[in-house]
Design a protein around this ligand. Sequence first.
Ligand SMILES: Nc1ncnc2c1ncn2[C@@H]1O[C@H](COP(=O)(O)OP(=O)(O)OP(=O)(O)O)[C@@H](O)[C@H]1O
Ligand SMILES: [Mg+2]
Length: 343
Amino acid sequence: MRLTRAKSLIGLDIGTHSVKAVELTWSNGPVITGFGYAELPSPDAVPETVLDLLRDNEFHSRRVVTSVSGRSVIVRYLTMFKMSPDDLRNAIRYEADKYIPFDEDEVVLDCQPFEVEGVGNLGGNEMRVLLVACRRAVIDEQLRILAAAGLQPELVDVDVFALGNAFELAVGLDPEAGARVSALVDVGATKTCVNLMRAGVSLFTREIHTGGTAFTTAIAGRLSLAGGDAEALKRKPGDEYERVRQAVAPAVDDLASEVRLSFEYFENQFDLGIDEVLLSGGGSRLAGIEHDFARIFERPTMAWDPTGDFPIAAGSTDMELLNHHVPELAVAVGLASRIQRHR
Ligand SMILES: Nc1ncnc2c1ncn2[C@@H]1O[C@H](COP(=O)(O)OP(=O)(O)OP(=O)(O)O)[C@@H](O)[C@H]1O
Ligand SMILES: [Mg+2]
């Protein structure tokens, strides 16, 4: 994955519920120089929503990093014999065949060897390799949307990796933290990204295909409400807090149990414990979810701020809107974090 040389870069996170854009400019550190947020009125409204967002907010660059996610993206952590990058590029085509249920000419493949000190049981002649495949049609569609919006694509990333990059940029490596393992859990509308990070390296990622939409569906079903009313009640339960909490409990439990399974798999596989769980994504704004997750995960569980303490130099930025949407900005910040860094 190549590093961009752009001085300012827009991270554009096209979710299934909302589109978020964060522009970063490097000046002794990341500075937020542009921001936009818009809910999607319908899944096919992406092109005009992106256009409106760019028109209504001030950005300095047209360079953009976007991401893919969902069932069209496959991420695998492989153990392979050590080999040169050229040999790996050839070998990975054969490896990919085993793991990827799409035709070779239907997918874009990328792979990267990575080293993790003191983790796993690698033989001396083995290396770990991250393999990512995405259906070509998904990337092509995204490139079409960017071209129509006059944007210049620098890179297409994956949501769950962007989440990890945002964490590195915003929280960085606390020397006191040592080899602490942080579990990043981003609850979106239709999916939840899990990224287990240690010393700046992502050791395990997973995407679970449920999120805030399932919470709304549970509330609508249990309380016999129309979708729009259930959504409104979910966000502002007011006096109905206890009823809403009960209605949503099975959906929250389902998601948390799935996430917990990943934690358990990871802890067995790597012989490492997870020290903390850090929540982001619009779905994580559900009232009481931190508390429920903490009970099920049996680990300290809290929200974190993916915008760190970055200065904000965006003259026209709606600060109230930005502050309101901080939990949803992890992926967009991670995408923009590919910016060139001047030291
Ligand atoms: N105040 C709130 N309380 C509870 N849920 C909320 C609140 N605000 C937003 N949500 C939920 O957050 C979800 C949207 O989050 P987000 O914008 O992170 O998703 P997305 O990135 O568009 O989706 P995905 O990543 O799944 O494609 C929706 O399900 C929405 O109902
Ligand atoms: Mg999302």
